[in-house]
Ligand binder design. Structure first.
Ligand SMILES: [Zn+2]
Ligand SMILES: [Zn+2]
Length: 261
């Protein structure tokens, strides 16, 4: 069992991208609300980082996907397969997968490849597709999930989680500049925002530190975490670039960094 004195905490499991790195695993974020463990994305290395963070895979109750790129979904099949060891009985509660439109087909296609190797058995897996045409809200256990489309892939959504005490965390997933992300992040306690490349190397579909900072400033978030760093970011002064547009509390993500909310 997970025990945690704090109501809501976040651990960055992977602060990297598709680029292999010993320092930065592919994208994944762990959130704990009381005794419930939520994962956001599961790129390569997620299960190893979970172990390092002291969390058993069987205790992950919800797995949210921002979009389907392999650096965010790569370890899903392995995660499901591992949950069946030795006979699936170690999981005490069902696993709920949540993602944007098209995810049911994505899962069916994985099953086309792996068959029952990744089937958890009756009552052990729920799949929820969220609206990708606009804002969506769902309530689970003692937290609320809101999502909104962002600028990356057709299925891309950002998430806002609001815990029992009203504390809120936003996870951007991958995105270019997004007015929707400003709206979703309004007055959030924490915004975990992608900042893929330094200001001078902007590419379509991704943010830079100063653009992420602009979103955080306009949304009036209480704290900003930048993540999803390509190697170029480790050769630039990301913090300084973000300070061009944002003056509030700022954290540059590293793997296994824990943030209390
Ligand atoms: Zn990505
Ligand atoms: Zn992507």
């Amino acid at each position: 069992m997970i025990s945690n004195d704090n109501k809501l905490s976040v651990t960055i499991l992977g602060s990297g991208t598709c680029v292999p790195s010993l320092k930065r695993s592919s994208c994944s974020v762990l959130m704990r609300i009381d005794d419930t463990a939520l994962l956001f994305d599961s790129g390569a290395g997620t299960m190893r980082r979970l172990l390092e963070a002291g969390v058993d895979i069987y205790d992950v109750a919800f797995l949210f996907y921002s979009h389907f790129h392999p650096d965010h979904t790569g370890e899903l099949a392995s995660f499901l397969f591992s949950n069946k060891y030795p006979d699936g009985s170690r999981r005490k509660r069902p696993l709920t997968l949540v993602a944007g439109k098209g995810f049911l087909k994505f899962y069916e296609n994985l099953k086309f490849v792996y068959g029952n190797w990744i089937e958890l058995g009756p009552g052990r897996l729920n799949i929820i597709e969220l609206n990708t045409d606009g804002h969506d809200t769902r309530r689970f256990d003692d937290f609320k999930v809101e999502s909104i489309p962002v600028e990356h892939n057709p299925e891309s959504i950002a998430y806002r989680i609001t815990g029992p005490g009203g504390k809120s965390v936003v996870y951007s997933g991958d995105t270019d500049f997004s007015e929707n992300l400003v709206v979703l992040s309004k007055d959030a306690d924490l915004l975990i925002c992608e900042s893929a490349l330094p200001d001078g190397l902007k590419v379509s579909g991704h943010l830079t530190p100063s653009l992420a900072g602009e979103i955080a400033r306009r949304a009036n978030v209480r704290k900003l975490v930048l993540t999803h760093f390509y190697p170029e970011c480790d050769r630039a002064d990301i913090g300084k670039e973000c300070r061009k547009s944002y003056a509030g509390p700022l954290i540059l993500a590293e793997d296994l960094m824990k943030i209390e909310i």
